[in-house]
Design a protein around this ligand. Structure first.
Ligand SMILES: [Zn+2]
Length: 284
């Protein structure tokens, strides 16, 4: 065996002995860790779910009433249109799963909390799970927004680059339970933002902000804590992203996603877009 052949032989042995088992073990371990994800992946074959007529990749639990299924259809279309307006176009391809009963919801959403949740896999699949309170345009738009970012950046980049405060804050911009539609739908640049404290239709947040964005970067930092902490985290995220969005405008959202997808860092791109827009506005 010459030197080249020996080198190839050792490389092949190394790949077979270490890399191949790792490539098999990682997804298997991931699914063992998250049985909900495994159930989502099997949804097509589950006897407990039916596909929603005319909507590919939308599955409704059999215990949903006809009225609930019809409402879901309408809400989904409204939410998708809202998302397309916000992002410019829609690239998310998540499978949607609707469970009108809490016990079923917990089988598909890790933790079973909130009205809806989104799950993504390192290999690019994604699922939106809606619980008993999730058959609602705002909840669906919120979850679709998470999926849109995921579709544009992929699992690894979303996890590594995007702070949770931005991911959540952005989703709140299309979730009109928490933010006013005129922020980006028909922005009035002369008006000052006064979200979360005056409009009775919106959910009231508990306390004035005391947390810093730098303490809300990971899932644990954002969601780990009391109900009050999480609500406060949402408020801070929404305040920050709405201020940024007001400056950069709707086009800044896909521009930021493109920049991060092209390997420019999140923080750098976020600040750069804001700075250049402020400069342009000043020159006018
Ligand atoms: Zn969210």
């Amino acid at each position: 065996m010459n030197a080249d052949a020996r080198q190839s032989y050792f490389l092949l042995r190394f790949l077979l002995r270490y890399i191949l088992p790792l490539l098999i073990a990682l997804p298997v371990g991931f699914l063992l860790l998250y049985p909900q994800l495994w159930r989502c992946m099997q949804i097509e074959d589950s006897p407990d779910f039916l596909g929603l007529t005319g909507q590919p990749n939308v599955y409704v639990n059999r215990n949903a009433t006809r009225k609930q299924a019809a409402q879901l259809n309408t809400h989904l279309q409204t939410a998708r249109t809202r998302l397309a307006r916000f992002w410019g176009d829609r690239r998310g391809r998540a499978t949607l799963i609707y469970c009108p009963q809490q016990a079923d919801y917990e089988q598909y959403c890790i933790g079973g909390e909130g009205a809806g949740c989104s799950l993504g896999t390192p290999w690019g699949e994604s699922f939106l799970v809606l619980g008993p309170d999730g058959n609602n345009v705002d909840v669906i738009a919120h979850e679709l927004c998470h999926d849109e970012l995921f579709a544009r950046l992929g699992w690894w980049r979303t996890k590594r680059e995007i702070p949770v405060w931005f991911n959540e804050g952005l989703a709140l911009m299309v979730d009109y339970r928490f933010s006013p539609p005129d922020l980006w739908e028909h922005p009035d640049r002369t008006a000052r933002p006064n979200y979360f404290d005056t409009d009775d239709d919106m959910m009231a947040f508990a306390q004035p902000p005391m947390l810093k964005l730098t303490n809300l970067e990971t899932t644990r930092e954002f969601f780990g804590g009391s109900y009050g902490h999480v609500m406060l985290a949402y408020q801070i995220a929404a305040n920050e992203v709405s201020t940024w969005l007001r400056v950069v405008g709707r086009a800044g959202v896909p521009a930021l996603a493109d920049a991060v997808a092209n390997g420019q860092g999140f923080e750098q791109s976020y600040l750069r877009l804001e700075r250049s827009k402020r400069l342009k506005n000043r020159r006018r």
